[in-house]
Design a protein around this ligand. Structure first.
Ligand SMILES: [Zn+2]
Length: 418
């Protein structure tokens, strides 16, 4: 057991933050706003009680460094920003558990810990204002699409570069933040699950295998508009009929994929009137899987099915890719250390993939060994003021996450593995 660490202190910090940055509708720590700036100021005050170096990088990420015997660094990350009307745990639980790790490390290794420990508060993880998630971490990883980001505007017409300028960040230089990863030897992130898997299994904690890859497409079936009264059923080219058959089919595809998910999230018909056979039907398909081969198979099966249904219905089909991201599997050895930390804290271990993306996915993409730990979400819901976790589970997650940090630090000191 690592002593003295105090998970109750993290819960007290979380409650203090909630009182400072929430209203009746939930957390209001939207990135680059005055409440977010006040949040950071509050965080800095907590950190300044420790012998740490604090600075903001070229992308607006806040780094806190506790120097160790080795330059090699264990990174712990999270995000203090929230969506509007957000929950009290999403993002800030990770950071504040990281603060507690720094406190404990300093208490246990008053001269220097064996390796350098760095806490990062990523800027604008949520993308609530400009519609682009993972801003700070994708700038740091180098994956940020500068041309796309340069043109992003909020609802008041303010561009992302303008908003960044207001907080002292030069948009054209944000990728300089990549130098922060120079000595990074491992990255850890704790997060509330945001789904119901651990809740349904009645488990407090889980080790995360990686983040899902995503294939997002628009599928359009092209038929022929015709009068709903005068067109016999066997003469129709009904675009909706073909599209509708995709719905049960994607459930079968997801089931066969063992662990994947498929969603048809939108359906638009044209001409869209009650007296006409549907001429054109556009649906969207979102497919996710942790395994790249399985994800590719899911996509192929959906394409083949769409062609078959089009043929059966005497209509045509076309596909348009909207977005795609590769799966980001986490580091096997760190996943095992995460398992160990969870087992030692609460006895039972479960491994699960993450459907949502996290800053950890950006760090993993750079080759830094990465793992995440999930804590049960009471309603399986995030991005909502009802987001919650049992206090005993919060204590467990801070304790287990700290155990993981200690293990990862020794793993790094012993040579680690990339
Ligand atoms: Zn989050």
């Amino acid at each position: 057991m690592n002593l003295p660490m105090n998970p109750q202190r993290t819960i007290a910090d979380l409650k203090e933050l909630r009182a400072l940055t929430s209203d009746d509708n939930g957390a209001q720590r939207v990135a680059f706003t005055p409440v977010w700036a006040a949040t950071r100021k509050w965080l800095r005050q907590k950190l300044e009680a420790l012998p740490v170096e604090i600075h903001t990088d070229a992308a607006g990420n806040l780094w806190t460094t506790l120097r160790g015997e080795s330059e090699k660094a264990l990174l712990v990350g999270g995000h203090m920003d929230s969506v509007p009307n957000g929950g009290w745990l999403d993002g800030c639980l990770n950071v504040l558990a990281g603060v507690e790790i720094l406190r404990r490390m300093h208490a246990q290794y008053p001269v220097k810990p064996p390796v350098t420990i760095r806490l990062v508060d990523w800027a604008d993880e949520e993308g609530a204002r400009f519609g682009k998630s993972l801003f700070g971490s994708s700038a740091c990883s180098g994956n940020l699409d500068m041309n796309e980001a340069r043109g992003l505007k909020d609802k008041d017409g303010i561009t992302l570069p303008e908003a960044l300028k207001n907080v002292g960040v030069d948009f054209e230089r944000v990728k300089d933040s990549g130098r922060e990863l120079k000595d990074a030897a491992a990255y850890l992130e704790l997060h509330i699950e945001q789904g119901p898997v651990l809740l349904d299994l009645d488990l407090p904690l889980g080790a995360v295998l990686g983040t899902f890859g995503v294939e997002r497409h628009a599928i359009t079936f092209h038929g022929q508009a015709a009068h709903s009264g005068s067109t016999p059923m066997n003469r129709r080219k009904d675009a909706f009929l073909a599209a509708a058959k995709m719905s049960p089919e994607v459930y079968r595809i997801a089931e066969r994929s063992r662990g994947g998910v498929c969603t048809i999230g939108s359906c638009i018909t044209k001409p869209g009137i009650v007296t006409s056979v549907v001429e054109e039907c556009r649906i969207t398909l979102d497919q996710r899987h942790l395994d790249a081969v399985a994800l590719a198979r899911m996509l192929r099966e959906a394409k083949e099915a769409s062609e078959q249904f089009a043929k059966e219905g005497n209509v045509k089909v076309s596909w348009e890719r909207l977005w795609q991201i590769a799966p980001r599997p986490f580091n096997e050895e760190l996943i095992s250390l995460c398992d160990e930390a969870i087992r030692e804290t609460c006895g039972k271990v479960h491994r699960l993939p993450s459907g949502p993306l996290h800053d950890a996915a950006e760090v993993a993409s750079t080759g830094v060994p990465t793992v995440m730990m999930f804590v049960q979400s009471l309603h399986g819901i995030s991005h909502n003021k009802i987001e919650d976790t049992r206090e005993e589970h919060l204590e467990m997650c801070v304790t287990a996450f700290d155990q993981l940090a200690e293990k990862a630090m020794h793993w790094i000191a012993a040579g680690g593995k990339g």
